[in-house]
Design a protein around this ligand. Structure first.
Ligand code: MN
Length: 231
């Protein structure tokens, strides 16, 4: 008989192209990794920094995402997501890609008003970034089919292009990001890393249809549903 006092929650998982599911351990995110986005946020270029979303913030491709509570400014950030398949710490950039299981398109949904208030107050970003249903991710393409350092990254809302850039515009490359992150945390199989967004972030409304992609990867399609009712 289990010692758990209630059934443990299900493990969030992402579909893998060609079959199978990738179980999520943690979701790391990178801030300020495209110069044009740093400028549009009124920030100065800095070394990239990291924050997290809970693993159960994951949303499947195709799902309707409830407009979250306590915000009037939900925004989209299309990002390349690297999925790790091995544990490691203190990795070198030269070896970091050996730890990548695959890549997917994801959206770092952001309650921008809460994030901005946190920035101004010198407070944590968690409520602006790490909320329920804030991490839609499309199917993972295994790295056996190639690593990604260039290629178009784009997002459309209701058929209108909002973000359109190239992975080669990242300020810090994927292997460098993994190496840096591995000095802060022990990385594990099942970790996802959102690698930052290019310029063009903007507000979403209930009813909006999002379509986001990265050249060579499955296209992510989600809709924004009505506001979740407050408890
Ligand atoms: Mn982001």
């Amino acid at each position: 008989m289990s010692e758990f006092v209630f059934a443990p929650p299900a493990t969030p998982a992402v579909a893998i192209e060609g079959g199978g599911r990738f179980p999520i351990h943690r979701i790391y995110c990178v801030g300020r990794n495209y110069a044009d986005h740093v400028r549009e946020m009124g920030s100065q270029p800095t070394a990239p920094f990291f924050f997290m979303k809970p693993a159960d913030a994951l949303v499947a491709n195709g799902a309707a995402i409830p407009y979250p509570p306590r915000t009037a400014n939900l925004q989209h950030e299309i990002e390349l997501v690297a999925a790790l398949g091995r544990a490691g710490r203190n990795l070198s950039p030269a070896s970091a890609l050996e730890y990548v299981f695959g890549y997917a398109a994801g959206i770092d949904l952001t309650r921008r008003d809460l994030q901005s208030a946190a920035k101004q107050g010198g407070l944590p970003w968690d409520s602006g970034k790490g909320f329920d249903h804030s991490a839609p991710v499309a199917a993972i393409r295994p790295a056996a089919r190639g690593h990604l350092s260039r290629g178009r990254i784009w997002l459309e809302v209701n058929g209108e292009t909002r973000q359109d850039s190239d992975l080669s515009m990242m300020l810090t490359s994927v292997p460098q990001l993994i190496a840096e992150l591995s000095t802060l945390y022990e990385l594990r199989a099942g970790d996802l890393i959102f690698t930052g967004t290019p310029a063009g972030v903007g507000a979403l409304q209930p009813g909006d249809r999002l379509e986001g992609g990265i050249e060579g990867l499955e296209v992510l399609r989600n809709t924004i549903a009505a506001r979740a009712s407050l408890p």
